[in-house]
Design a protein around this ligand. Structure first.
Ligand code: NDP
Ligand code: 8X3
Length: 254
């Protein structure tokens, strides 16, 4: 079997990092991205030494179309064949009623979760079209399925991801490209710390009294969808902790 190549955005932490580790264990050649170069270098070294896979680390801000273009165009020719794209980089910034929201938070979420995903897909999809095969996995959220109080702009950004997933599935249909959306509920990563601007207590409270999903749980799910036979496309996965019914209802034990 020829080695497959996967590009994972946001591999410096959480779901992206767990996915990089699992993919490497399965012999996938990796392009890992993020803004924190020290973490990218450390992860590249770990993946190469523990799993003996080839890794390229690309440090760029996905909000910049120019940086995204330069990063993908700059890949060595033998890496310009990408089989799997995991559109994972993203964040929530802030939580609360819309009128109290901060425009810089809104821009950060829309520029990363929506425009960043568009910029990188625009560069990678043609490489898949050339091969007449590929798999794009968008990390959406249950926040992209149901709006919850205080979620507003984050919800809007993930609803946009849901719409793009559906659009990609139609637009890339003639090229044999699979498109999957994975929509998690609570996953304990750096997500809540980022959302609450580094407030560790507020972040901890999100998961109080229940067992959240782990980044490894989502990585397992991603590996499951990408390892199906090539005629099988898993379109949409909604995955929560057992203690979470949906965006509104969780069962917490104090
Ligand atoms: P983390 O905060 O742990 O990871 C987020 C990743 O995104 C980091 O690697 C970060 O890298 C990267 N990233 C953020 N902004 C940028 C940027 N401007 N340019 C490049 N990379 C960026 O959170 P998660 O692992 O939880 O989040 C991953 C995805 O999962 C997100 O899309 C999130 O919305 C989604 N999700 C998370 C859930 C959760 O409960 N945790 C639930 C549902 C969906 P760096 O900072 O180095 O740039
Ligand atoms: C993260 C899940 O419910 O905090 O996307 O929005 S939630």
């Amino acid at each position: 079997m020829t080695t497959k190549t996967a590009l994972i955005t946001g591999a410096t932490s959480g779901i992206g990092m767990a996915t990089a580790l699992l993919f490497a264990q399965n012999g996938i050649r990796l392009i890992i991205t993020g803004r924190r170069n020290d973490r990218l270098i450390a992860l590249k070294q770990q993946l190469e030494s523990e799993y003996h896979v080839e890794v390229i680390a690309l440090c760029f801000d996905i909000r910049s179309n120019a940086e995204v273009e330069a990063a993908i165009k700059g890949l060595p020719e033998t890496w310009q064949k990408i089989d799997i794209l995991i559109n994972n980089a993203g964040l929530a910034a802030g939580f609360g009623s819309f009128e109290k929201g901060k425009p810089d938070h809104w821009e950060q979420m829309i520029d990363t979760n929506v425009k960043g995903l568009m910029y990188i897909t625009r560069m990678v999809a043609p490489l898949m079209i050339e091969q007449m095969q590929g798999h794009i996995v968008n990390i959406g959220s249950i926040a992209g399925k149901e709006v919850y109080p205080g979620g507003n702009v984050y919800n809007a950004s993930k609803f946009a991801v849901d719409a793009l997933t559906k659009a990609f599935r139609m637009d890339f249909l003639p090229y044999g490209i699979r498109v999957t959306s994975i929509n998690p509920g609570m996953v304990e990563t750096e997500f809540s710390l980022v959302r609450f601007d580094g407030d560790a207590q507020a972040a901890k409270n999100v998961y109080k009294g229940l067992q959240p999903l782990s980044a490894a749980d989502i990585a397992d799910t991603i590996w499951f969808v990408v390892s199906r036979p090539s005629h099988v496309n898993i379109g949409d996965i909604y995955i929560t902790p057992t203690a979470q019914a949906n965006a509104y209802f969780s069962h917490r034990v104090e």
